[in-house]
Design a protein around this ligand. Structure first.
Ligand SMILES: *Cc1c(COP(=O)(O)O)cnc(C)c1O
Length: 394
């Protein structure tokens, strides 16, 4: 298999090189408070059979990947939920079962291998939480150093995770967007490989593996795929996987991808209507999809338009209710961002055929942010000393 970079804006081709982040030509058009210009895609050429090995479709040789079991996450068949909702072909792809508890491990895994291939030992990034804890964990397995810029508002578990894995953490007094700018300033000044999402082409490329796995697990592609979206990198990665499959002649149609955003952080949703990105203050319980400027916005928008995707929004109340419902009917505890994808499905379900093949991507583990989940449950106010304090329902 051969690999090269192609600019997602102008289509120019480049040789893969860790010093190249965005397209040098289109990067010139970068405006402040706008999504990245000149995001680079990895293009592959070659042949593969239906039972391909996922590693063979990645642009770094297998022996550079660290010894940590990323990916191969289960595709749940939630019987109770299928019955109660009347969708017999509903599946949940549980990426909360990755080593650090989120889909971000797929990106970190490839970035770590890419850095190892080029003899780079320090990896630098900004993160709202999961990308940072993920990079820290994967780099620990590789023996690499991580420098992380994390907004001070990140959920405690994600901060603790990153520190636990040994990352150097700088807590930023400002939103994720500020952390992002600081990470770029840091690598410009001190070097290292920047893993910030979309800015490092391997982040998007690594995330494509989720689509490759869904294809192999289902023996084909679903009709609908629900994906929570913030920066739009998972969304683009998901599309990239199907694009590779089509190029290899293994599929002829894409699923309808539905990007789900929080109503309080809906830049992609608005851009889908207007064609423009406008930064606005954001607020949502789903911290992992809370971004003012979707870094991979242009590419996500283009892919949604090309492949007849949709963007919908869900309120925080819908997210919290969906999170509790998912946990209670399936045993899968997802963090709010992952539950947002399920909330999006619930919102759209009346429009979908009951026999449709549907995959909901659960992107992160619920234990990463238990404070958010508390909004959807009732913690007993009283403590007890003996069973006579309990009223057992009749
Ligand atoms: C990062 C993340 C998302 C959103 O991914 P984007 O690439 O920012 O759109 C969704 N869910 C979880 C759990 C995440 O960590």
């Amino acid at each position: 298999m051969q690999f090269n970079y192609m600019c997602s804006d102008c289509g120019r081709n480049y040789t893969i090189d860790p010093k190249l982040t965005v397209c040098p030509v289109c990067g010139e058009q970068q405006a402040p408070d706008q999504p990245l210009r000149g995001v680079l895609d990895v293009e592959l050429s070659g042949n593969a059979e239906k039972d391909f090995d996922v590693f063979d479709l990645l642009p770094v040789p297998r022996h550079f990947f660290p010894p940590i079991p990323v990916g191969n996450t289960p595709l749940w068949q939630p019987e109770n939920l299928r019955r109660s909702l009347g969708f017999e072909n509903l599946y949940i792809k549980d990426d909360g079962l990755n080593p650090t508890g989120s889909l971000k491990d797929r990106a970190s895994f490839l970035v770590s291998a890419f850095a190892a291939q080029h003899g780079i030992n320090e990896i630098v990034l900004a993160s709202s939480g999961n990308a940072g804890s993920s990079m820290a964990g994967v780099a620990a397995a590789a023996g690499q150093q991580v420098t992380l810029f994390l907004p001070a508002t990140a959920p405690a578990a994600k901060l603790v995770q990153a520190l636990q894995y040994g990352a150097t953490v700088h807590r930023v007094n400002g939103p994720y967007d500020d952390a992002y700018d600081l990470s770029l300033e840091y690598t410009n000044r001190f070097g290292g490989m920047n893993r910030s999402t979309a800015y490092n082409p391997m982040t998007l490329e690594g995330k494509k593996t989720v689509s490759l796995e869904i294809f192999q697990q289902l023996g084909g592609v679903p009709d609908y795929l629900f994906v929570a979206s913030g920066d739009g990198c998972i969304l683009s990665g998901v599309y990239k996987g199907f694009q590779d499959l089509r190029q290899l002649g293994l599929i002829d149609k894409f699923p309808t991808v539905i990007a789900v955003q929080a109503a309080g952080s809906d830049a992609l949703y608005r851009a889908f209507q207007t064609g423009q990105f406008e930064a606005r203050p954001t607020r949502t319980v789903a911290d992992s999809i809370c971004v003012n400027v979707p870094r991979n916005g242009w590419q996500a928008l283009k892919r949604l338009q090309t492949h007849n995707g949709r963007v919908i929004t869900v309120s925080d109340e819908e997210i919290i209710a969906a999170q509790a419902r998912l946990s209670r009917t399936t045993g899968l505890f997802s963090e709010p961002a992952g539950a947002a994808a399920f909330a999006g499905f619930l919102k759209l379900s009346a429009e979908l055929a009951p026999a449709a093949g549907i995959v909901i991507l659960a992107t992160g583990n619920g234990l990463k942010d238990s404070t958010a989940a508390v909004r959807g449950i009732a913690v007993p106010a009283e403590t007890i000393k003996s069973l006579s304090d309990i009223t057992k329902g009749t």
